[in-house]
Design a protein. Structure first.
Length: 269
C-alpha cells in the first residue's frame, strides 16, 4: 500500500470504522442491550451512514453482505483472524481463518485487519502470520489494519507494567505495528491525552485509530475521541458504542463532526 490516504477507508486523512466482529470474540452477550444488532443486516444498514469509512467483519458475515444488491454502499474491511471466548487457553492467540486473496478476490475487501496480541507467549507465531498477511496485502494494494492489543503473560507477569492500558504498553504495541508494516493501528485508549500523544510520537506517519470499547455516555466517549484527534490520532474503530444504541445514526452524526469536521464535543452535543 503506497499511500493509505488514497484508499477508500480513509476520508480527509481520518477514518471511522464500524467493527462488527463481536459475535466471534464475545458472543451473543454483546447483542443483548439491542437485540436488533444481532442481525447483520441491521449493522450493515448502520454502516451506510456517511461518517463510516469501513465496516470490519469476519469472513462469514462478509460473505452474507456480498449477496446484497446494495453491498457497494459499504467499504468492507475483512478481519482475517479471530477467536471465541469459549475455550480455556494457555495464553492469547487469534488464529487466521481467511486469506488476503479470498478477502479481496471473493469478498471485495477494501482493506484487511489482523489482531495482534503482543506480549502473549504466542506472539512469535502471530508475527509469522502477520508477515504473510502484510506481504500478500502489498501485492493486492489493500491497507492492513492491526488490532494492536498487547496482553498476555509477558505483560501480566512483568512488574514494570500495570496492565493492558499501561501507556508504555499501548505505545510499544503501536510501535510494533509500524515495525511490522501495518498501515494503521487500532489501540485501546490509555486514559489520558498525553499518553496518546506519546503513542503518536512513536509511530511516524502510520495511521492510528482509537478502540471504541464498551458502551458509555456520549459525553465521555466523544471527549476521548476528540482527545486523540487533537494530538494526531486519525479517528475511531467502534462497535458496541454504536450498534448497541437504539439510534446509532445520532451518535454517528456527532462522531462525523469531531473526526472529519474538527468540531469539539461541546459543539456536537
Amino acid at each position: 500500500m503506497k499511500d493509505i490516504d488514497d484508499s477508500s477507508i480513509v476520508r480527509n486523512g481520518n477514518s471511522l470504522i464500524v467493527a462488527y466482529d463481536h459475535g466471534t470474540e464475545h458472543g451473543p452477550v454483546d447483542f443483548e442491550p439491542n437485540p436488533e444488532s444481532a442481525d447483520p443486516q441491521h449493522v450493515f444498514d448502520v454502516a451506510k451512514h456517511n461518517a463510516v469509512t469501513a465496516l470490519a467483519v469476519q469472513k462469514g458475515v462478509a460473505e452474507a453482505f456480498r449477496e446484497l444488491d446494495d453491498s457497494d454502499e459499504v467499504n468492507l474491511l475483512v478481519k482475517l483472524n479471530g477467536n471465541s471466548a469459549l475455550p480455556k487457553r494457555e495464553d492469547y492467540y487469534s488464529p487466521k481463518q481467511c486469506s488476503v486473496q479470498y478477502a479481496v478476490e471473493e469478498l471485495g475487501a477494501e482493506a484487511v485487519g489482523y489482531t495482534m496480541y503482543q506480549g502473549s507467549i504466542n506472539e512469535d507465531r502471530m508475527w509469522g502470520e502477520f508477515r504473510e498477511v502484510q506481504e500478500e496485502a502489498r501485492k493486492y494494494g489493500v491497507p492492513v489494519v492491526m488490532w494492536s492489543y498487547p496482553r498476555g503473560k509477558g505483560i501480566e507477569e512483568n512488574p514494570d507494567y500495570s496492565g493492558q492500558k499501561d501507556p508504555e504498553v499501548v505505545a510499544y504495541g503501536a510501535r510494533l505495528g509500524l515495525e511490522l508494516g501495518a498501515d494503521m493501528v487500532k489501540c485501546k485508549y490509555p486514559g489520558k491525552q498525553d499518553d496518546w500523544k506519546k503513542l503518536e510520537k512513536n509511530i511516524g506517519e502510520m495511521k492510528s485509530v482509537m478502540s471504541g470499547g464498551s458502551k458509555r455516555s456520549d459525553r465521555a466517549f466523544l471527549q476521548d475521541v476528540h482527545a486523540t484527534i487533537e494530538v494526531g490520532g486519525n479517528g475511531l474503530a467502534v462497535g458496541r458504542n454504536v450498534f448497541q444504541r437504539e439510534d446509532p445514526g445520532e451518535l454517528l452524526d456527532k462522531l462525523e463532526g469531531i473526526i472529519f469536521e474538527g468540531k469539539t464535543p461541546e459543539e456536537v452535543l
